[in-house]
Design a protein around this ligand. Structure first.
Ligand code: SF4
Length: 698
């Protein structure tokens, strides 16, 4: 009888971009267990995170009262995990006092130094409505476009290439389209770990006869299901992809009619790939010429070939070039615009697509309308009754540099943890500590909140209602199942209170009022009504007019670019910013684990997930372990030019010899202290997937 729920609430998984629908089974304001629902992306399936990663919401570390930093308490030293020691650094405050200090100080900085002295980080963990209001607050209350979120650290380069090449940053086909593809290419992604339910659809497709081609320096679990698995050398993506295109061009496997009727720029692309024969590229990328030819022919000649990619493509200083090559492959072969084809950048966080759509990015207003476009600005100035800054704002890493330079003095961070997630995290932490005023809104005392002046206790995912957009462009409804603990408040309420402190007369009632305002300013979701979301649970966009079914597959007859044509953009090889040398002879690749999500603030406080993977580990090739004189389970120190961490070695031959993989979720071995903040010049994404390190025993 103890485990019989008193209510069941249908919602969405808070973790990855697959967007599995689930049901919270609740008793006495506590989630007992979670079950998968028959949602469009999961059809009842859930992975270990979705099924077991829910009790973080009930963790004793939850923030339940506003906190204000004690006078004179320096922003130095190591993060304190012990919740009993939180009150050594912070004192409890009333909401009235905390909001007056948080918002009042930001307002004073704005009035004294101008809006450009402020910045905001929103979060892809939040709803579309929270993202929309947060960016609106920064743009209209702060008076700057310095607003960004974690898309900058995951798919900014993919989006930059997609907007340039095909006019839309979202996917062309849903994950489930793998069931209709003959050939599935997965490159720079490990879906079994990072998009587990998507991986199950890929495996099902293979069982039905699809050929799976894996292209990745690391071997993933999907390799067991692959027709071919090409473990190319790290950082040689452009060499390999240009070689594939060379074969398609030289063997006349291109779709001439598609190129002639629907694209521009092919001649430049063709001339560029002429230099990249498989024979010339084989020694560079480590894949023999005949295999390159085989894969190129297979991709180009199948009835339907679909490409899915992840951070292995995007997190390089040449991330935009990598994505340009994937787009060119699809365009030259006409493998786009039909079911079972297309381009799918797998989104990492459950609402990274929606947060970007809602304008949580410095150069774009909602619906990717550029801030430096006078017509777009005029539209939002009229809708918001304000004057907008025409200058694109700074991105995540640029904001840290601007703090160093004394340009940014105050920040408002909602649900983001840059002290763990930013590259060169020692520098990021020093920058956050140097701020005159930092306001953090979160559910736990994260590594970032530890550096705050004011902490506003917020709501966890099951404690609020809102819409979330998954990797397939599905807008889905997450419903409140439990109440926030103590005096913690819903994020939408907190944002509005902050807005009022900054002089904005906001007074939205139900979350649907925010969604309705979004619909009025964002054509892509204009046809999605709240009532429809409540009855259907999920609607795909573009959905321009009420009653539209929405379009799961786009670009069927035109691209949303000038003249309706997609554009080829050639790319050449640009080496990683920091190559191994005598002092730092190995390569560091960072990423995620199945059991943990991003900076670990939620999953490391979920009982089952933490029990499965409790300690920081580095995956090291057995031959490297032997050379280093280290046994599995021994402590090792990994150092780069920017910092060092100590963690446990795990024998794992999925990475090539000389390359070590480390998850970035462990605060006690925060691997981003080591990563390189060098940026892709287009997407401004840091090079998380490659930097030089040295490893020692102990
Ligand atoms: Fe959640 Fe992603 Fe797992 Fe689905 S695949 S249950 S969305 S983490």
């Amino acid at each position: 009888a103890l485990n019989i729920p008193d209510k069941q609430v249908d919602s969405v998984c808070p973790y990855c971009g697959v967007g599995c629908q689930l049901t919270y089974n609740v008793k006495d304001n506590k989630i007992l267990y979670v079950e998968g629902r028959d949602g469009p992306a999961n059809h009842g399936r859930l992975c270990v995170k979705g099924r077991y990663g829910f009790d973080y919401a009930h963790h004793p570390h939850r923030l339940t009262k506003p906190l204000i930093r004690r006078a004179g308490m320096p922003k130095t030293g190591e993060f304190v995990m012990d919740p009993d020691r939180v009150l050594e650094v912070f004192r409890e405050a009333t909401w009235e006092e905390a909001l007056a200090l948080a918002g009042g100080t930001l307002a004073r900085i704005r009035d004294t130094h101008g809006g450009a002295a402020l910045a905001g980080f929103g979060s892809a963990k939040g709803s579309n409505e929270e993202a929309y209001l947060f960016q609106k607050l920064v743009r209209t209350g702060f008076g700057t476009n310095n607003v960004d979120h974690c898309t900058r650290l995951c798919h900014a380069s993919s989006v930059s290439a997609l907007l340039e090449g095909i006019g839309s940053g979202a996917v062309s086909n849903p994950v489930m389209d793998v069931m209709r593809a003959e050939v599935i290419v997965v490159i720079g992604a490990n879906p079994t770990v990072n998009h587990p339910v998507a991986a199950t659809w890929i495996k099902n497709a293979v069982k039905e006869g699809a050929k799976l081609i894996l292209l990745d320096p690391r071997r993933s679990e999907l390799a067991r299901h692959a027709h071919r698995s090409l473990q190319f050398k790290p950082d040689t993506d452009v060499a390999l992809l240009n070689a594939l295109m060379h074969v398609i061009v030289s063997e006349r496997l291109v779709d001439e009619a598609f190129i002639a009727s629907r694209t521009i720029g092919y001649a430049e692309l063709e001339a560029n790939v002429a230099e990249y024969s498989p024979e010339a590229m084989a020694p560079i990328c480590g894949i023999d010429a005949e295999t390159i030819r085989y894969v190129a022919r297979l991709y180009a000649t199948s009835k339907g070939s679909m490409i899915l990619w992840g951070m292995g493509i995007s997190q390089h200083i040449h991330g935009t070039d990598n994505a340009r090559c994937l787009i060119a492959l699809a365009l030259m072969t006409g493998q786009i615009g039909r079911p079972g084809t297309g381009l799918h950048p797998l989104r990492g966080q459950n609402n990274v697509q929606g947060a970007s759509d809602a304008g949580l990015i410095p150069m774009m207003l909602p619906d990717y309308q550029r801030v430096d476009n006078p017509a777009a600005r005029a539209k939002f100035e009229a809708a918001w009754n304000t004057t907008l800054d025409p200058k694109p704002g700074l991105t995540v890493v640029e904001i840290m540099d601007a703090i160093d330079a004394g340009q940014i003095r105050g920040m408002y961070i909602m649900g983001e943890n840059p002290a763990m997630s930013d590259p060169d995290a020692n520098h990021a932490r020093a920058a956050l500590a140097a701020l005159k005023h930092l306001v953090v809104q979160d559910i736990f005392l994260t590594e970032t909140a530890y550096l705050a002046d004011v902490i506003l206790p917020a709501s966890a995912f099951p404690e609020k209602t809102g819409t979330f957009t998954n990797t397939d462009r599905l807008v889905q409804l997450g419903r409140q199942a439990i109440d926030p603990p103590g005096e913690a408040k819903q994020d939408l309420w907190i944002i509005q209170q902050m807005a009022q402190q900054l002089g904005l007369p906001w007074n939205y009632g139900h979350v649907s009022e925010v969604f309705d305002e979004m619909r009025r300013t964002m054509a892509s979701i204009g046809g999605i009504t709240w009532e429809r979301l409540e009855s259907e649970g999920a609607v795909v966009y573009p959905c321009v007019a009420e009653g539209d079914a929405g379009e799961p597959v786009v670009f069927t007859d035109t691209f949303p670019r000038e003249g309706g044509r997609a554009r080829f953009v050639p790319a050449d090889i640009i080496p990683a910013d920091e190559r191994p040398d005598a002092e730092y002879p190995m390569v560091l690749i960072t990423g995620r684990q199945l059991e943990h999500w991003h900076t670990g603030s939620m999953t490391r406080r979920a009982t089952v997930l933490d029990a499965l993977e409790p300690d920081p580990v580095a995956l090291v090739h057995p031959l490297d372990l032997e050379r280093l004189g280290v046994k599995p389970g021994d402590a090792i120190t990994i150092a780069s030019r920017r910092g060092e961490v100590v963690l446990w070695a795990r024998a794992d031959d999925s990475s090539p010899v000389g390359a070590i993989f480390v998850p970035f979720c462990y605060y006690e071995a925060a691997i981003n202290r080591l990563t390189n903040a060098a940026l892709d010049p287009f997407g401004k994404i840091p090079e998380f997937k490659y930097c030089a390190i040295k490893v020692t025993s102990g």
